[in-house]
Design a protein. Sequence first.
Length: 208
Amino acid sequence: MEDAAIRGGFVTALREHRDGFGLDVSDQQVSRVADYYDLVRVHNPILHLVGPATPEVFAIRHVLESLTLLEFLPVDARFADVGTGAGLPSVPCLIVRPDLKGFLIESKAKKVSFLREVAEKCELAERVTLIDRQFAETPRPVVGFVTCRALDRFAQNLPRLVKWSGDATLLFFGGPSLRDQLSDLGVKFIERLMPMSEQRYLFISTKK
């Protein structure tokens, strides 16, 4: 499939499904998110940023699901994205909401270089701080929210991540096993099932 057709399929999927996710995303914002998608596609064969996905699947599972965070981020919110990898869920949120500031935590040097390119080309550099180490090796930034979507060894790292997050609101993506793990840790939360999914959730825990 040619690049223009791939991008077109991605844009079409975003437009067709944004209402189903309850998202107010303009066509201009869709175009900017498509620029980010283009960067992911270029680098993915070498960096393995995300698993294989059609344009529609990437639009729904990676972008629109990431944007469900916006409901829980107030104006001028500062958040940390732990183990951000390709910049998910943070980059789509930063593109759509110019009031947000994100601290993207990623320990793999090549992915950090990719994220630096994304920040520059998507005009996010002034609102993105890259932290190139494991979350446990750095103090938590001054943020009100901590999100995580695909941290390596999530189950093993979850107790430390909850402790590291302090009094920040947790916004974690996961399935039924994450629900069980949070419950076992005594973390109180509410959950939102992702549209068009049967097992993917956003778990929200406010500690204050």
